[in-house]
Every structure is written in C-alpha cells, then in structure tokens.
Ligand binder design. Structure first.
Ligand code: FPP
Length: 251
C-alpha cells in the first residue's frame, strides 16, 4: 500500500457522495475458516449492518449494495433460498432502525421475480421508508447492468421509432436518464476541486475497503489483511468524523 502525506478534511468535502459495494467474498471467507458457504453469507449480513451504520455515521449520501445479481440464479437452489432467507432476516431485523434513522431505502433490479413473501417484505420496507428524507440505501436485487442497459436502449429506440424523439438525441445522458440508478447521486464529492484528485478515496469504514473503480459510482470491495474479499472482515467501528486522505488506491 502506497503511503502519502496524510491530511484531514471535513467529511462532506472529501467523501464520495455515493459508494457502491459488491458483496462478494463470502464463500472464500467461509472456506478459509472451513465453514459452509452459508456461514459466509450470514457473516455478510453482519458486514452489511456494520457498513450501513458506518456509512450513516460518516455522512455518506448514498450507499448501494450489490446483493443479488441476475447471474446469482445459477447458484444451487439451496444457496439461493438461503440468500432469500437472509434478505428477509435483514429486513425483519433492521427495518425499524432504517425507518428511525430516516434512511431512504431503494431497490434496483427486478426484485419482483423473487418469491412472493420476499417481494411483499421488500415492498413493505420500501413503503415504510418512502417518506424518509435522509441517506439512501440502495439494494441491488436481481440486478444486471447489461440487462438494464438493454432495456434502456430498447425504450429509447421505441420512442424514437414512434417519432417521440430524435434518434440523434440518444446519447449518454439520455441513456442515464432511463436507468434505475438515475435518482442516485454520482460518486464524486460535492467539492469540484476534489473530483479528479487521487485523494478522493472511500475511507476504511471499519475493516478495510479497496476502491476498485470510480466513474459514476465509487466501487468498493471489502479487503481484509492481505486477502481480498471476506464479509466477516468488517468490524463494527465508531466512524470518526474526520478521515485521512492518502494517494493510495486502497485504504
Ligand atoms: C457473494 O459471495 C455474495 C452473494 C452472492 C450474496 C450476498 C447477499 C446476501 C448475504 C443476502 C443478504 C443481503 C442483504 C443486502 C442483507 P460469494 O458467494 O460470491 O463469495 P465468493 O466470491 O467468495 O465465492
């Protein structure tokens, strides 16, 4: 890890507005401990709880969790149903806290393909947080970026074919306006001077996060010691109100 001069900045100026986390590494985390994959996923839920709390404490505007991709249906049936169970567990146990903390819950992806009891719980959670005005917690459920782009392109093409728009107006902005992520803030921090600096890093929330890509969303993977991945590596921690800036890409 590169080291660099460390300065301290107030959170709102230096933080990305939006961080997205790919929830992988649960299986590897479990394998390393000779535990079943299900134990890794359970630890993943604990990590979700720790990270969502830390994100709120540090004043992040939006946090997106990639929890279930459209490719995840290919996993064994018992693993998929275990994941559905954990999602239900999370909503049942954490919804009251999200409501109390003024969190705006959002879902991206076609969650309506989930079992009906999961759909009902998700919709209840969305309804109960709909009036909230605070930080956004977006959960990607049955989400596929490629499928979303295809659907957006099709809608725009249909509109153009029907004469509703000029095909030349189909540009990156037009596509972005069609995406489910359109209401989520961009990654870059409010201060434009920090947009391009290497110093804009998602800080180590609790256990260590490595930023892997930044375009519209800051992407982060859990990083624990020397090994990538690992839901269980995130330890609940009181998030400080000031974060160090370094020029390394991983903190
Ligand atoms: C990837 O680990 C993780 C998942 C596919 C599922 C994560 C989802 C949950 C734990 C369900 C609960 C969700 C929320 C938001 C509360 P992996 O099995 O791919 O691990 P590996 O990369 O080590 O193989």
């Amino acid at each position: 890890m590169a080291t660099a001069a460390v300065t301290h900045q107030p959170v709102p100026e230096v933080l990305p507005r939006h961080v997205a986390i790919i929830m992988d590494g649960n299986g590897r985390w479990a394998a390393k401990r000779h535990l079943p994959r299900a134990a890794g996923h359970r630890a993943g839920v604990e990590a979700v709880r720790a990270v969502t709390r830390a994100a709120r404490a540090m004043g992040l505007e939006a946090l997106t969790l990639y929890a279930f991709s459209s490719e995840n249906w290919r996993r064994p049936e018992d693993e998929v149903s275990g994941l559905m169970g954990l999602l239900k567990f999370f909503i049942r146990h954490d919804l009251a806290e999200l409501v109390r903390e003024n969190v705006r819950l959002r879902v991206i992806g076609d969650y309506r393909r989930f079992p009906t009891d999961v759909v009902a719980l998700v919709e209840d959670a969305l309804a109960r947080t709909a009036q909230n005005t605070g930080p956004i917690l977006a959960i990607a459920l049955n989400y596929g970026a490629q499928a979303e782009l295809v659907a957006a392109a099709q809608r725009l093409a249909e509109r153009a074919a029907a004469g509703g728009m000029d095909p030349a107006a189909i540009d990156a902005d037009a596509i972005e306006r069609e995406l489910e992520t359109r209401e989520l803030p961009p990654a870059r921090p409010a201060d434009p001077h920090l947009w391009r600096t290497a110093a804009v890093q998602f800080p180590a929330v609790a256990g260590g996060l490595c930023r892997i890509a930044v375009r519209r969303h800051a992407m982060a993977r859990f990083r624990c010691g020397g090994s990538r991945g690992g839901a269980g590596c995130v330890r609940p921690a009181a998030a400080p109100l000031w974060w160090p800036l370094t020029s390394s890409s991983c903190v």
